[in-house]
Design a protein around this ligand. Structure first.
Ligand SMILES: Cc1cc2nc3c(=O)[nH]c(=O)nc-3n(C[C@H](O)[C@H](O)[C@H](O)COP(=O)(O)OP(=O)(O)OC[C@H]3O[C@@H](n4cnc5c(N)ncnc54)[C@H](O)[C@@H]3O)c2cc1C
Length: 299
């Protein structure tokens, strides 16, 4: 099999071999993907999916890489990046259709510019709409799931389906879209609002983010909040703030963030995650659950 000829030659951007995932994740760590592909439209996406199905090649979907920890050995198989080609917004208030590659901040700004309210919370979330739907991303009391009317997905056989609101489930950093395939776009229902008020709200939320969040590479909150209490507070009270393994550090600013101080490896981050979990378990008999997704192979 010559994947470059059989598949790469049919794609606008071809395919990249041995592509370091550290360049595609917000933590700036992670080993190489065997093959990295950037489809420019639905047809190219379907071509890739069918090829992977026919040749039994594992397939991984990446949005903006802001909620994943790719291990240092990298990813075997194909990594499909749903990026700028899937960044678009169309339609009206009854159904605003946004591409899965649209960054959440862009979505918040563009819908606000059209005078729609409901996505203010998304300003500053660095992920794409596709990743946000999978994770049911949210902040400041809002979450993406509550705005979704339909989601268009390509399943792992390359068939396109549209899931209706009634078929979808969104919970705390959870959705039933996991495992359904690749999200291509979603139709969102938003209300008309006052442009000035929306802009002001977004400015306030951005300012809060800047105050609270560290400036170094991270993947946002590492652990899910246990019922009733923020994970960051628990970690801080357990005395883990500033704890460091290799180049990975529990942020001194926000204890639920692990930052890459420069030379961190995925292995450093994994060890730090394990250490914090053990500390919290020993002190409070509480098992913190990761919010981030760990993928790929160890070195
Ligand atoms: C500084 C910082 C702040 C953050 N703040 C927040 C916050 O306030 N609230 C919050 O909820 N999150 C936050 N996050 C986490 C992250 O931005 C969100 O979870 C985001 O929704 C992930 O989107 P992504 O495109 O980066 O997904 P990725 O990290 O690329 O992928 C996440 C998961 O989604 C899957 N996926 C991605 N795209 C698709 C697709 N098109 N189809 C199918 N599956 C797909 C991937 O396979 C993976 O399993 C923050 C992260 C950082 C670094």
């Amino acid at each position: 099999m010559n994947i470059e000829q059989e598949l790469g030659s049919r794609l606008t951007h071809g395919l990249k071999k041995e592509e370091p995932m550290s360049g595609h994740t917000s933590w700036k760590v992670g080993g190489p993907a065997d093959y990295f592909l950037r489809p420019v439209d639905l047809n190219e996406l379907i071509t890739i999916i069918r090829y992977s199905d026919q040749h039994k090649l594992p397939l991984y979907i990446l949005g903006n890489g802001t909620n994943v920890l790719v291990l240092d050995g990298g990813i075997r198989g194909l990594v499909i990046h749903i990026g700028p080609a899937f960044n678009y917004l169309d339609g009206d208030h009854s159904c605003l259709t946004a591409g899965a590659g649209t960054p959440m901040s862009t979505l918040a700004k563009n819908t606000a510019a059209l005078g729609f309210t409901g996505l203010e919370f998304a300003i500053g979330i660095p992920g794409s709409l596709g990743g946000a739907l999978i994770m049911n991303a949210g902040a400041f009391g809002g979450y993406i799931g509550e705005r979704v009317l339909q989601v268009k997905v390509v399943n792992f056989l390359g068939q396109v389906t549209t899931l209706q609101r009634e078929e979808l489930y969104f919970g705390y950093r959870d959705s039933n879209l996991i495992g359904k395939g690749i999200i291509v776009e979603a139709c969102l229902g938003l209300n008309q609002g006052d442009k000035e008020k929306i802009a002001k709200k977004m400015e306030e939320l951005l300012a809060q983010r800047r105050r609270r969040h560290p400036n170094l590479p991270s993947a946002g909150s590492v652990f899910r909040n246990p019922p009733g209490q923020p994970a960051g507070k628990i970690i801080e009270e357990a005395g883990a703030k500033g704890l460091r393994i290799g180049g990975a550090e529990i942020s001194t600013q926000h204890a639920n963030f692990i930052v890459n101080t420069g030379e961190a490896t995925a292995a450093d981050i994994v060890r730090l995650i394990k250490t914090v979990r053990q500390l919290v378990k020993d002190k409070y008999d509480l098992e913190l659950q990761p919010e981030i997704r760990i993928i790929g192979e160890e070195k």
